[in-house]
Every structure is written in structure tokens, then in C-alpha cells.
Design a protein around this ligand. Structure first.
Ligand code: GTP
Ligand code: MG
Length: 687
């Protein structure tokens, strides 16, 4: 096998690894990273999330909210091998960082709790891993708080996984608390020690029987994909320990089982066994490179997992090297086809970047100042760019805020800050609305946008104020009229004269605006007609209700001119006057944008979604089971844009954080009555 490949039958992988820590919100991933770093000696003392002393969550935003808001990388050494762990945020709003990291990891550790409410989130995360073919362990954390048998917990969690959850450790109970565990593959029992390796003990009595039964269940599951093992079990032959380990490793790598380990991250319990399982059973960089279709050779090939803009070091591209070597000065082609020179290679420890030497295949490092590189890019040192390894699409945005610099003098800094913000987090998009000059950030939820605003202030030093973005209201007319627009000014010598008669009439919804020239006999000279149209268009930007006017036709049907005083300017003004005096008589009416919305949610929440949609003036079109998603539904509706504004907040709270939606503009609809009056009054007040 290759340099990082696994040998056949039991030879473990060597070489650098990259392992993602993922899992539902607040399950203990950052704490587990801390425990791993303490256990492997990378930190002196295990920090805690509550005290704000962990390597993960070191940014101001993460500390402030006591939750992970971006991926954290930390490289350590365990038994001579180099490991980079990536602590991913659990909240669905920050899922993008996990998505960008997953393709390049050898395996993921899914940290979870025995909590029924978090099963939908677990399912969501396992789905990402399943879709990307990532081998995965489950680390059942917080078992110091366990109140049910572990087998019941597995039953509870199993529906979230498409492959069997394979219990390979069982707890030893001491009254109501778990005091240790039995490793079913090693057939060894341990008692937990706080912040110290567990101690081996002798099993007897009831515990011994429970172990035998649980081990048999584990072997039975493994035997589903191993006929020889099945025969041994049927004939009551005890399979050799190596064979069991080989099977565990093979079935993990083939992603047909998900082994489950137990632990308490806060007390460093179960962490050593987790590390040993990763060491012996997880695939290495060789297999990962194969999965990604990396061309073997001497060229360096790397995938960019995350981009940071540091205050002092500039841009850092965290990348996993999947082939070759790269050091200071190496020229790499980036995703866009450009090239960049690596300016410094860094080892990562949370927010801390430490300069180091050349990186070898399999290592995860940060490359300094690769300006053209973006997260998701395939980097290569070859003459020809390497084919892109992955295409990572951010989830469509669901919530927006309008932002502006708190101080005018910072306006010029906003553009570059937005660029950095989006480079660090591709699931944020910034849109400039030319019509009302609003700058709107679109993102994945309330916290996501709050953190984006904090990051602008903290990391990029542009304090911003935020407000809800305006809704794209329009207005139209219901009644046709003819209206004269006359502009006449006589001041001293040269005067101004323009005179037009406009026929204004409604058009069907969605037609927009049409201008027609129906002048006969040259009563308005040809060369002034474009100016009349300009004046009309200008006046339509702001109708009698305060909004742009659409779906109407304006025809120039009559008028007069003056040989000396008429000008483009005068006819422009005449056109404008005709419209602003005419429209109020045309029965103006407000139009609001209606979108087609598709909500996805676990089926238990479907009834609640219907209620939420109806409560927000939505018209439900129907619901179906969600394709390829067991236990989920898709609810379709039409809904006013104004009501979609904060819809996600309600959807998330009704679905334990996992529901989401996509929306697309459908049509404009007339809005009358109280709601319309309030919108018009608010607009007048704002002017
Ligand atoms: N009792 C107990 N509490 C734990 C354990 N592990 C973590 N916690 C606590 O759970 C809370 C969340 O821990 P974190 O490590 O921040 O969880 P996380 O998964 O990183 O959270 P997010 O990144 O925000 O999804 C903290 O208060 C931890 O102290 C554990 O094994 N037992
Ligand atoms: Mg965390």
C-alpha cells in the first residue's frame, strides 16, 4: 500500500491523520477536543467551555456565546503519530464549516448525548457524513448524566443512522452512576479515573454475563457482512481477537457500521480508548486521497478546508495535504486557475498559528498569504491544475439583516470587510440593493447573522448597526385616465416650456411598464419624446403610496411646444408632472411580493408548520414526504415576503433547530385593508 495506506489484515495505518469532531449542538465536541489535547499532552491543563479556557471556541464571538461558531483546528501527537482534530460547530446555522472540512478527513467522531430531542440533529449530521462517505464513530458523551440503559439509548439514536450503530463498549454501573466500562472487542473492563487513564479491573458475576451478551450482539452485527465470522458464531467458536479487530476496522472503513464508544469529555473518561480506536481502526490519508480521486505522484495536492483572516498574519488557508509536500515558497495553483506562493507554513492550535517547516503528505496545516485560494479549492504544485476534488454548496440563505457602518468614515472599510467575511464563511452572502441603497447580509439564521455582525466589528474592525431589510413593495393602478402635464416658466429671457398629455392605464400583473408614442402631426417634436419618457420613468420610481409603480402603460397622446423655450429638460419635467398629478387619480394600490416556500421538517412538526404558515398569511399548497429522508416532510406554501422575514426563527424553534426552507419569488399580489394602510403610513413616516 502507499505511504499512508493501510496494510492488509490488521496492520494499522501510520502517518498523519485528520479527524473531525461533529455532532448535535452542545453535545461536548469542544470539551472533547480539550480532553484529547490534554490527554496527548498538547495542553498542560484541560480547559473548560464554561470558564472560557478551551483551545476551541477561542474567538471573542465563540467565548461570548459559549458555543462554537466556526471550525477549530488543533494538531497534536499521539503515540508518535500526528493528528489534526477539527472541532466543528453543532448548530445547523454554522454547518457550512463542517461541510467544508468533511471531505478531507479520514474519519469523523460524532459526539452525541442520550437526548431524544437531539435525534433530528443527529440525523442531519449523520446524513452529511453518509452522503460524503465519511467513516464515523459515535462517541456517546456525558454518560456521567446517563439515566437510562445504554441499549435503550442506542435504540433511541438508531433511527438517525442508516447503518447499524454498533455498541462496542458497555458501561459498568455502580448504583445509579456509571463508574467504568467494558470494551467488548478487547474484552477488558476499566474503571474511570478523573483526568487520568482508566484502570483495568476484573469482571465477574452479573457484569460478566452482560459483557458476554453484549459482545455476542456486537459480533452478530459484524457477522452480517462476514460469512466466516457468522459460521464461527453459529458453531460457538470464539473468534480470534485480531479477526474481530479486523472486522471492526473494515466495516468502519466500508461505512457499513458505526461503532459506538462511551465517555465523559469533561473528566477525560473514555478518551484514551477513543484515540486508540482512531489509531488502530480509522483509515489513513492514503485512503482519503483515494476517495477524493487524488492523482498519486510527486506533485503536492491539497484541499482548502477553511480560510482565516488574522490580524497579524494576514490570510491563512488551512489545507490538508493529500499528496506530495509543500513548504515556504512552494507555488500552488489555486481553484480559480491562478497561482500563489506559500508564505509560511503553520501548525494550528485553535486561534494560535505556529510557524513550522515543510508539510508532508497527510498533514493539515495553514498556508500563509495564498491570496487567490478559497475554501473548497484544490491546490496543486503541478504544471497542470489538479481536477477539483469537491464542490461544496452552501445551504440557501434563510434570513437577512441590513447593515451599515456605525460611523461614516468606516464606509470605505466595509467592502473589504465583507469580502473577508464571505471568504471565511461562504454561507454568508452580501447583496447591495441598488434601489434603496441597503446592504443586506444573507445567512443561515439569527445567531449566524449576529455573529457575522460581531465579526465585522471584532475581527475586521468595522462596527455596524443592523436593522431588518426592507420588503420589496410596489404599487400599481386600477383605473385608466388621461392627464395633462404642463411645465411653463418665464423668468427673464430664456423660458422653459413643455406640455404633454398622457394616457395612463393599468396592465396585467407582471407586465412591468410600457411607454408608447402616439403623437401625430408633430405636436411634440420627435427629438423631445425620449425626454418625456425619461420624466415618466423617473416619476414612477416613487408613486403616490411611496413605492415604485409597476404594471402600467403610459402613452404620449398629445401636447404642445415652443420653438424657443422648449428643451429636453422642460419636456422631462412635463412628463414627470403628468405622472405625479395623474397617478393619485388612478386608484393606486399596494403590491407585495409573494414567494413560493418549501419547508422541510421532521414529520412530527408538520402540523406545527401548517399552523405557522397560516398564522403568517401563508397559503398552504400541500405537503409530501421528503424524498430520500425517512421521517421528514416537505410543506409547500405561498407566502408574503414580509412574513418570510423572520420565519426561520419560528421554524427552528418548532423543530429542535433542524427545520429549514427555501423560497423563490413567485408573483406580486395586491394588498389592501389594515395591513396595507400600516405599510403606507410607515413609509410616509420614514420619508
Ligand atoms: N456532564 C457533562 N457535561 C459535559 C460533558 N461534555 C461537555 N459537557 C458540557 O456541555 C456543555 C457544552 O459543551 P461544549 O464542549 O461546548 O459542546 P459543543 O458540542 O462543543 O457545543 P457546540 O460547539 O456549540 O455545538 C458545556 O457546558 C460542557 O461543560 C460531559 O461529558 N459531561
Ligand atoms: Mg463546540
Amino acid at each position: 500500500m502507499g505511504q499512508n495506506g493501510s496494510g492488509p489484515n490488521g496492520t494499522r495505518n501510520s502517518g498523519p491523520r485528520c479527524i473531525a469532531l461533529v455532532g448535535p449542538f452542545q453535545s461536548g465536541k469542544t470539551t472533547l477536543l480539550e480532553a484529547i489535547l490534554a490527554r496527548t499532552g498538547a495542553v498542560q491543563r484541560q480547559g473548560t467551555v464554561d470558564a472560557g479556557t478551551t483551545v476551541g471556541d477561542a474567538s471573542k464571538e465563540a467565548r461570548h456565546h459559549k458555543m462554537s461558531v466556526e471550525a477549530t483546528f488543533a494538531t497534536t501527537t499521539f503515540m508518535g503519530d500526528n493528528y489534526t482534530f477539527v472541532d466543528c460547530p453543532g448548530s445547523i446555522e454554522f454547518i457550512q464549516d463542517m461541510r467544508s472540512v468533511l471531505p478531507a478527513v479520514d474519519a469523523a467522531v460524532v459526539v452525541c448525548e442520550a437526548d431524544e430531542k437531539k435525534v433530528p440533529q443527529l440525523q442531519l449530521i449523520l446524513r452529511e457524513l453518509e452522503d460524503q462517505n465519511i467513516p464515523r464513530f459515535l462517541f456517546l458523551n456525558k454518560i456521567d448524566k446517563a439515566d437510562k440503559r445504554v441499549r435503550e439509548t442506542i435504540k433511541l439514536l438508531q433511527p438517525a443512522s442508516r447503518v447499524p450503530l454498533l455498541l462496542r463498549q458497555i458501561p459498568i454501573w455502580n448504583g445509579d452512576i456509571i463508574s467504568g466500562f467494558v470494551d467488548l472487542a478487547l474484552e477488558r473492563a476499566y474503571v474511570y479515573k478523573e483526568h487520568a487513564p482508566s484502570e483495568i479491573i476484573e469482571l465477574n458475576g452479573e457484569n460478566l454475563d452482560r459483557k458476554k451478551e453484549a459482545r455476542f450482539t456486537m459480533l452478530e452485527t459484524l457477522a452480517d457482512h462476514d460469512d466466516q465470522l457468522m459460521e464461527q458464531l453459529l458453531e460457538d467458536i470464539e473468534p480470534p481477537r485480531d479477526k474481530v479487530f479486523d472486522d471492526l476496522s473494515k466495516e468502519l472503513r466500508d461505512r457499513i457500521v458505526c461503532p459506538v464508544l462511551l465517555g465523559v469529555a469533561t473528566r477525560t473518561n473514555g478518551v484514551l480508548r477513543l484515540l486508540k480506536a482512531l489509531r488502530h481502526e480509522a483509515p489513513g490519508a492514503g485512503e482519503t486521497a483515494q476517495r477524493l480521486g487524488v492523482k498519486a505522484g510527486t506533485d503536492a495536492v491539497a484541499l482548502v478546508l477553511k480560510t482565516f483572516h488574522t490580524t497579524h498574519g494576514g490570510k491563512m488557508s488551512v489545507a490538508r495535504l493529500l499528496a506530495g509536500q509543500a513548504g515556504d515558497g512552494t507555488t500552488l495553483t489555486t481553484g480559480g486557475g491562478g497561482t500563489g506562493r506559500v508564505s509560511g507554513v503553520f501548525k494550528l492550535m485553535g486561534q494560535h498559528f505556529e510557524k513550522r517547516g515543510q508539510a508532508a503528505s497527510g498533514e493539515t496545516v495553514a498556508f500563509g498569504k495564498l491570496d487567490g485560494a478559497k475554501t473548497g479549492d484544490t491546490l496543486s504544485s503541478g504544471k497542470q491544475p489538479h481536477a477539483a476534488m469537491v464542490e461544496i454548496k452552501p445551504s440557501p440563505p434563510v434570513l437577512a439583516i441590513a447593515v451599515q457602518a456605525k460611523e461614516r468614515k468606516d464606509d470605505v472599510k466595509l467592502g473589504p470587510a465583507f469580502t473577508k467575511l464571505m471568504e471565511e464563511d461562504p454561507s454568508l452572502t452580501v447583496v447591495h440593493n441598488a434601489e434603496n441603497h441597503e446592504v443586506v447580509i444573507w445567512g443561515q439564521g439569527e445567531m449566524h447573522l449576529r455573529v457575522a455582525a460581531e465579526r465585522l466589528a471584532e475581527r475586521f474592525v468595522v462596527p455596524v448597526s443592523t436593522h431588518p431589510p426592507s420588503v420589496g413593495y410596489r404599487e400599481t393602478i386600477r383605473k385608466p385616465i388621461s392627464q395633462r402635464g404642463r411645465h411653463k416658466k418665464q423668468s427673464g429671457g430664456h423660458g422653459q416650456f413643455g406640455d404633454v398629455v398622457l394616457e395612463i392605464k393599468p396592465l396585467p400583473r407582471g407586465t412591468g411598464f410600457k411607454f408608447e408614442d402616439r403623437i401625430t402631426g408633430g405636436v411634440v417634436p420627435r427629438n423631445y419624446i425620449p425626454a418625456v419618457e425619461e420624466g415618466v420613468v423617473d416619476a414612477l420610481k416613487h408613486g403616490p403610496l411611496g413605492f415604485p409603480v409597476v404594471d402600467l402603460a403610459v402613452a404620449l397622446i398629445d401636447g404642445s411646444y415652443h420653438t424657443v423655450d422648449s428643451s429636453d429638460q422642460a419636456f422631462r419635467t412635463a412628463g414627470r408632472i403628468g405622472i405625479s398629478e395623474g397617478l393619485p387619480q388612478c386608484q393606486p394600490v399596494l403590491l407585495e411580493p409573494i414567494h413560493h416556500v418549501e419547508i422541510v421538517c421532521p414529520s412530527e412538526a408538520t402540523a406545527k408548520m401548517n399552523a405557522i404558515l397560516s398564522g403568517r398569511r401563508g397559503q398552504i399548497l400541500g405537503f409530501d414526504t421528503r424524498e430520500n429522508w425517512d421521517g421528514w416532510d416537505t410543506v409547500r406554501a405561498q407566502m408574503p415576503e414580509a412574513e418570510i422575514g423572520d420565519l426561520i426563527i419560528e421554524v427552528r424553534s418548532a423543530t429542535a433547530g433542524v427545520g429549514s426552507f427555501i423560497f423563490k419569488f413567485d408573483h406580486m399580489a395586491e394588498l389592501t385593508g389594515r395591513t396595507a394602510d400600516q405599510i403606507i403610513a410607515a413609509r410616509r413616516a420614514a420619508e
